[in-house]
Design a protein around this ligand. Structure first.
Ligand code: ITT
Length: 197
């Protein structure tokens, strides 16, 4: 299937390809006049609402184009830290660009519980049908920056069951086996794969 991924985040695209291409799907980046789409993010504390709004915007961007028959993929995700009442959550992208990893480490310096989770909501629209899948990855926020892989908060996020490795210290495929995005993409691929395959 030809899947158009509406994202400005090239690392999300790589992770989606890592997952969906071995299953025979072709994942392409949506660009409008050579640029990734510019979404209006709704003021909402719910990833689901943001993801559905992005998918509706992507569909209307493509409605008149030659890509209007392709499947459209969008994803919204974030890091939710328990002791910070879910912050940065839906604001993860903005918080990363403003206070960055060191800002989060500073906010966490007095916290005894370092538990948190990444969450992802993935939406695929094909032939007018919307499929929504979610993924969660529990873990802990480290006390320093470890590794240079992945993106965003990966160098300070230690997923459960990964023998003390941060996402920043893992290869793409290793990260995918634990990650929120990997889980939501796995559920999505199961939903679109005919039972005989
Ligand atoms: P698009 O909206 O264009 O897809 P984005 O990066 O702005 O790209 P989101 O609005 O969904 O995406 O924000 C998610 C942010 O949460 C992301 O920018 C990271 O800061 C963080 N995040 C989500 N998943 C992550 C992951 O697997 N590794 C590291 N950080 C992640």
């Amino acid at each position: 299937m030809r899947i158009i991924f509406a994202t400005g985040n090239s690392k999300k695209l790589e992770e989606a390809r890592e997952y969906l291409e071995p299953l025979g799907h072709n994942v392409e980046l949506l660009t409008i006049d050579g640029q990734p789409p510019d979404f209006i993010e709704p003021q909402s504390s719910e990833l689901m609402e943001v993801a559905i709004s992005k998918s509706e915007q992507a569909i209307s961007m493509l409605s008149e184009s030659e890509l209007s028959n392709c499947a459209i993929l969008v994803e919204d995700s974030g890091l939710f830290i328990d002791s910070l009442n879910g912050f940065p959550g839906v604001y993860s992208s903005y918080v990363y660009k403003t206070i960055g990893l060191n800002g989060i480490l500073k906010l966490m310096s007095e916290e005894r519980s370092r538990h948190g989770e990444y969450r992802a909501v993935t939406v695929l629209v094909m032939n007018g049908t919307r499929i929504v899948k979610t993924g969660v990855c529990r873990g802990k926020i480290g006390e320093d920056i470890f590794g240079e892989g992945g993106f965003g908060y990966d160098p300070i996020f230690f997923p459960e069951g990964a023998n003390g490795l941060s996402f920043g210290q893992m290869s793409k495929s290793q990260k995918s086996t634990f990650s929120h995005r990997g889980k939501s993409l796995k559920a999505l691929s199961e939903a679109i794969t005919p039972p005989s395959m």
